[in-house]
Design a binder for this molecule. Structure first.
Ligand code: KG4
Ligand code: ZN
Length: 351
């Protein structure tokens, strides 16, 4: 089955062609156009700027993917598209592109939830040289991105239970806001993880919001604690002292990781699961990957995380997710496809 995946929910235009066969998914080709350079001057994403850039990029990226794979649109089995959650004006570009392709080429559309797509990056087969393993059910997945921090229990394809989510800022949002406080370029996440490697994670004892052992998260208190610490230290002193910035970054990162890992391991120990998955942009963080991997070894659970380029937004995860929906014939006709800002869809059509 050949699936085209379109992702335009935020600030990356992602397009991919994946091939699904006997329950396995392989990427034929993919292309991602990042808009970071457009939003960096504003230290955040400007929705209309994002949407205008998606309009410019999406058709050229689709053409590039088909020409690289030496395939034609007529050979497609379905178009999978992110319908939400995300920025409304940006989502519309992907959805209207999918609608047009589906109408012209008479192909079915598969609407994809963005959080679900991140999770499905774990089901994309690595290169043939590596072991070709997929996570087994039931599994627990921690999705950590710029917009979400969600702990999911997945019983089988299409069957999700939300164990917990953030009550305020998403973990990626906290990374970006703290990056801004530290004077780092936007988005702060990748910059913090780089400089934190040279810092002392115990230099500052930032608060961890355990929320009475629930599976929910909260990062706004931590962000405020970093803000007050910087105010106390004095922004001028900070500018002159790169080691101090590295220590703040490392201590902040450690506080986020401690909470994410402890809650995920708690859930993985409580439920009779076979695998633990990590997904979303923040899953590109090397220290988080390493810490959760080691914690899973301790409780003897298999651990999965996509390669960093499949953690941040991309079209392949949307197409992969689409393949498993297609197996259940979970299609939507072009007339009925809509943007959906609903956070997480927990009930899905079952086999
Ligand atoms: O999944 P994603 O590409 O977009 C959303 O769905 O939001 O995630 C983007 C987020 C940003 O907040 C970015 O700072 C964060 O992922 N991120 C990281 C790292 N790489 C990206 N956070 C921490 N460490 C990283 N290495
Ligand atoms: Zn995302």
């Amino acid at each position: 089955m050949l699936i085209l995946g379109l992702e335009t929910s935020c600030d990356e235009t992602g397009v991919a062609l994946v091939e699904g066969k006997r329950g396995k998914v392989k990427i034929r080709t993919q292309a991602v156009a990042s808009q970071i350079y457009l939003h960096a001057p504003y230290k955040g994403i400007v929705p209309e700027v994002a949407a205008r850039d998606h309009i410019k990029k999406i058709i050229p990226l689709i053409k590039i993917c088909f020409s690289r794979a030496r395939l034609k649109l007529t050979q497609l089995d379905a178009v999978a598209v992110t319908t939400g959650p995300g920025l409304l004006v940006s989502l519309l570009i992907g959805v209207e592109t999918a609608r047009t392709l589906a109408y012209v080429f008479k192909k079915p559309i598969i609407p994809i939830n963005h959080i679900e797509a991140h999770l499905y990056a774990n089901f994309i087969s690595p290169s043939a040289s590596q072991k070709n393993l997929c996570p087994k059910f039931p599994l627990v997945c921690l999705v950590v991105s710029g917009g979400h921090t969600t702990l999911i229990l997945m019983a089988k394809h299409g069957r999700y239970e939300i164990l917990g989510q953030t009550l305020d800022d998403a973990s990626g949002e906290a990374f970006d806001k703290v990056g801004n406080l530290l004077g780092l370029p936007y988005p702060g996440g990748p910059h913090i993880s780089k400089i934190a490697a040279h810092g002392n994670p115990k230099a500052f004892n930032f608060p961890r919001a355990w929320l009475k052992d629930s599976y929910n998260f909260s990062f706004s208190g931590l962000k405020t604690a970093v803000l007050y610490t910087i105010k106390k230290l004095g922004p001028k002193r900070l500018k002159r002292n790169p080691q101090l910035i590295a220590d703040l970054a490392a201590s902040f990162q450690q506080a986020v990781i401690d909470v994410l890992v402890k809650k995920t391991i708690q859930a993985a120990s409580h439920y009779p699961i076979k695998a633990v998955c990590l997904a979303g942009g923040v899953a590109a963080n090397p220290k988080l990957r390493q810490t959760l991997r080691q914690a899973c070894q301790t409780i003897k659970k298999e651990f999965f995380v996509p390669p960093p380029n499949l953690c941040t937004d991309n079209g392949a995860m949307v197409a992969a997710s689409g393949y498993f929906h297609a197996l259940r014939k979970d299609f939507t006709p072009w007339q009925k496809i809509r943007v959906s800002l609903q956070e997480v869809r927990t009930s899905r059509p079952q086999n």
